[in-house]
Every structure is written in structure tokens, then in C-alpha cells.
Design a protein around this ligand. Sequence first.
Ligand code: NAD
Length: 303
Amino acid sequence: MPATAKASQVHDGAMSATIIEGTAVARESRARTAARVRDFVALHGAAPALATVLVGGDPASEIYVRNKRAAAAGAGFADFHRHLDSAATQAEVEGLLDELAADDRVAGILLQLPLPPGLDRSALIDRVPPGKDVDGLTTLSQGQLARGTAGLRPCTPSGIIELLDVYGVPIEGASAVVVGKSELVGHPAAELLLRRGATVTIAHSRTHDLAAVTSRADIVVAAAGMPGLITAAHIKPGAAVIDVGIHRTPAGLVGDVRFDEVALVAGFLTPVPGGVGPMTIATLLSNTILAADLEAARRGQHL
Ligand code: NAD
């Protein structure tokens, strides 16, 4: 459990989940990154930059990018932000990514998704050089993840593993079900759990009888993007439940998991907000300082 987290549990009868305080775990991770950025500045004389690229005016993306920039600045990174309008062509976005790729001050490049229709998303993601791929989404980074070789890992899945580790949830030998198979979250989360020795099942929209699959799992990662999909009936008593979903409703943000009922069954549960979301940003920052350190070491070897 993080040092600054309060031991909060939901009590009602015999069962009560330990609430995984993502906000506190993320705060501690950001503080460690800030210390590494200070060391980098002391050694190299300038702060490494995180470049954020936003294309179009999707309101949720604007909020996500604003939060990422604020967190990066708070950890001491230089803030390079570029905003192209939704009419930007493939060549214009590629040109911008190439410019940032060639800029030695830029340690990491974050291309905010989704992109406006008409742009080739895979080609643009792969325009980011692997050493600056702090989102861990390029073909090379995903191949490194699949092979288990060194590389930058996707932020949300890495944040999920960190939450499980900080709260002492055993992964090796556990039965884990990831609900969702997206390139961004579900698939890489399953890959990381597999690498750590879990027996992993990936469920998705074509899965028959989801509850029968998830209710056997010690760890459930809900990343379907369906509000309230996971109920108490989907969860084995004592399981760790990680809710990745984020949905804006008139009542506020909710996840894929029905928090109140699942909290009575699960052993561990992440809240929304304040669970996985803050870890995504914290991991983006730790990936950025890792990228900066690796690049500085590489250049040092070539002097
Ligand atoms: P996506 O739409 O790309 O993928 C959703 C996946 O869920 C698909 O593989 C689909 O097959 C599966 N699915 C859909 N309905 C299902 C059902 N009824 N039963 C089982 N599986 C089902 O979404 P994504 O990009 O992976 O994001 C998933 C959710 O996580 C969204 O709510 C998104 O907003 C959220 N998200 C949160 C963070 C964070 O930092 N907390 C980061 C990224 C995404």
C-alpha cells in the first residue's frame, strides 16, 4: 500500500474490498520521476521535454492533454505542445512528428488518440521513433512487449501492474481475465500479466457468458468501455478488480464496474475516478524520464 494512502475499505457485512488508491500511488510515482528529472538537469543542464501533439478539437482529448501537460510541468519536464486543427493532412501531422523526432530536446512524443477521421492512425503512431515512444504504441514497442525485451511499455497497462504490485496482489500463478482486447489497453495489459506469470484469458465483445469467465478469475481488468458492465455476479469473492473504464455521466465519472456492489464482493477494487486514470499519467512521466536517460546514455557512448 502506498505510504500516503489511507487504508480505506468498504464495509457492509462480512466482505469488504480494499480500495486501491491510484491517486496516492501516482503521486508517489510522480515524486520519484521529479527527483530523476532534477538529477537529469543537474547532469545535462536542461530539462528533457515531453512533446504532446493534439489533432482536432475533441473535448475529452483536450482535457487529457491539458492534464498530461500540467503533470509533466509539475515533474520538471519542459512542455512542448503542438495543436493542429482537424483539417490537418496526413503529411502535415507526419511533418510535425518528424520535426519533434529530430529535436534533441524532446525526450518523449505523445500523439493523443483518437485522431480525426481520414488520418492513418497506425502510420502516424509508427512515425514516432521507438526511443521517444513514451506511449509504447509503435509496432516496435509492441513487438518488444510481446517478446519481453527491453522497451517502453504502454502507460495504462503498466500503471495497472504497478497498482497490483503496490497493493501486494500476487500475479504469478494467478488466474487473470482482461475484459477488452484493444491495442491501447486490453491486449497489452494481458501481455504484461502473462509476462508476470499469470494465466491470462482475454474476454471481448464476442465472448459468450462473460460472467462465467470473469467469476473464475483472481484478477479482473475491466477495459470494455461499457459503463456498469461488471456486476457483483461477475466477480469471485476476494478477487482484485481493476476498473479501466471512464465514462462521463450526468452524475459524474463512472467506470465499467458497478463500484458499490462489487466492493462488497471483491478483495481489492480501483475507484473511478482516482484509480487507473492517475497511473496512466504517472507512467507517461516515468516513461519520459526513462527515455531521456536512455537517450543521454546512448549519446554519451557515441561521443
Ligand atoms: P476500445 O473501444 O478500443 O476497446 C473495447 C474492448 O472491449 C474491445 O476489445 C471490445 O471487444 C470489448 N468489449 C466491448 N463491449 C464488451 C462487452 N459487452 N463484453 C466484453 N467485452 C466488450 O476501448 P479502449 O481504448 O480499450 O478503452 C476501454 C475503456 O478504458 C474506455 O472506457 C476508455 O475511456 C478507458 N480508458 C481509460 C484509460 C485510463 O487511463 N483510465 C486509458 C485508456 C482508456
